[in-house]
Design a protein around this ligand. Structure first.
Ligand code: G2I
Length: 450
């Protein structure tokens, strides 16, 4: 029930506003320190990056390089680190084009996402014809050699790409690699970790953006299993290739935050959205806002610079037109980045307790203090003063959920976001656990006398 001055005349205020303000610096929105004028600088305000796929053969195109150097602070080689490019003949490695991209990025102060060490596609001929234990060892040798070559130079690696099947099975895609045994993915991750211990290791896939899809759930279960067994995985890449057949799902943020709650980072790795004008701009805005709302969403990479650079250029899916002009989608992305987001600062390092003073006469005050924090959830404690007969509402923001309470009798409204807490005979302090699903904001409280 909404609390109004009329229905609850002795309502007293609420401490949570103060608590929220006090906590803002460490926990909540990262204040945008003035609007930045490029994508990379705007993303950097909240500790994120904004990247693009780069093709080595375009590094001589001045318009292309001009936009690249001005706007982006992360680079993914579009094809140059794939298996057919880096090991064209077995045991003979070829890094020329990939190294040129890495060198260009470094000279510009940009970082690099490696893409990709193990994939069913773009295998060189010699690998396509292999199977069984011969293929398994060749794959692991490839991972070891290439990860060693780039040791310490990359921000993250897409260790395994596109290993799950489309459709309703939620299982693995058939491939020569899959036929070497279901443990091929974890074997690849272990080999990558051994070769390059300080680079984030990602699993990367498409059609995993909709939380309701079987494929998304299949990948989620794999990551959950890897985390529970100590398989070294640090991040999940969401390619996010969208068009009218595969639109931005309404639950996209839930997908990102649900994976993040497993204790991995999430990255949007190959974003492009077909369309034009304001509808394309608003779809881009939704994607950026979802990442900005999830503390462990490290950054966003678009899959090319100009529409004409895209693997599906006829759909004009990128942020710059064929002449290099900024599109409406560019502006909506820049604005969404400048609006700030949930701070990706490690949330487990701070503990703040706040108290409030001067409760209104005859009313009550509910004081929130921060409790213990874990990767996926945090505790809050509330102390009530002014009455023993209190009613405290605790409102969490979606996709947060209160998953347990203590020392109170609690009921929820139909949205599940508003909890009404009353005394249960345990005194005037109670607490709860919030599963944050990527949103670390504190709840807001109101206190009234019952
Ligand atoms: O298909 C879009 C992306 C889906 N996720 C994984 C990404 O690695 C993939 O990127 C695309 C590249 O954008 C294309 O540029 O991967 C394609 C290959 O699977 C790339 O296409 C290839 C063509 O197939 C080759 O014929 C061509 O020589 O690009 C090569 C270089 O232009």
């Amino acid at each position: 029930m909404p609390l109004t001055a009329k229905s609850v005349p002795r309502i007293a205020l609420v401490s949570s506003l103060l608590a929220a303000v006090a906590g803002a610096a460490v926990l909540m929105a990262a204040p945008a320190s003035g609007a930045a004028s490029t994508l990379g600088a705007a993303a950097a305000q909240s500790g994120r990056y904004f990247g693009t796929a780069v093709a080595a053969n375009k590094l001589s195109d001045q318009t292309y390089v001009g936009i690249l150097n001005r706007e982006f602070n992360m680079v993914t080689p579009e094809n140059e680190m794939k298996i057919d490019a880096t090991e064209p003949n077995q045991g003979q490695f070829s890094y020329g084009n990939a190294d040129r991209i890495v060198a260009h990025a470094k000279a510009q102060g940009m970082r690099v996402r490696g893409h990709t060490l193990a994939w069913y596609s773009q295998q060189p001929g010699w690998m396509q014809n292999m199977s069984g234990s011969t293929l398994r060892s060749a794959m692991l040798n490839h991972v070891t050699q290439v990860a060693t070559h780039y040791k310490g130079q990359l921000y993250s690696w897409d260790v395994v790409n596109e290993a799950f099947a489309d459709g309703n099975s939620g299982g693995r895609r058939d491939s020569n690699l899959q036929r070497t045994g279901n443990d091929w993915i974890e074997a690849a991750f272990r080999a990558a970790r051994a070769a390059d211990p300080n680079t984030k290791l990602c699993y990367n896939d498409y059609n995993t953006d909709d939380w309701g899809q079987a494929k998304t759930q299949g990948v989620y279960r794999m990551v959950q299993d890897f985390k529970s067994r100590g398989v070294p995985i640090d991040c999940v890449g969401f390619q996010s290739h969208f068009n009218s057949n595969s639109p931005v799902p309404s639950n996209y943020q839930t997908t990102l935050s649900s994976f993040a709650a497993l204790g991995v980072d999430v990255q949007i790795t190959e974003l492009d959205i077909e369309g034009s004008g304001s509808s394309q701009a608003s779809n881009y805005q939704r994607v950026v806002q979802a990442c900005m709302a999830v503390a462990r969403c490290n950054g966003i990479t678009v899959w090319g610079i100009r529409d004409s650079d895209s693997w599906r250029s006829s759909g004009t899916p990128l942020l710059f037109d064929g002449s290099g002009n900024k599109k409406a989608a560019y502006t909506s992305v820049l604005n969404a980045l400048n609006a700030g987001g949930t701070n990706p600062t490690d949330p487990t390092t701070t503990t703040t307790t706040t108290t409030t003073q001067n409760p209104q006469p005859g009313g009550c005050t509910a004081t929130y203090s921060e409790g213990q924090k874990w990767n996926d959830r945090f505790n809050g404690n509330v102390t009530v003063s002014g009455t023993d007969n209190w009613v405290v509402t605790v409102t969490v923001s979606s996709p947060q959920k209160v998953i347990s309470t203590w020392n109170t009798s609690a009921t929820w409204d139909s949205s599940g976001n508003v909890m009404t807490a009353r005394p249960n005979g345990s005194g005037n302090s109670f607490g709860f656990t919030i599963q944050h699903n990527g949103n670390w904001n504190w709840p807001s409280l109101t206190c009234s006398t019952g």
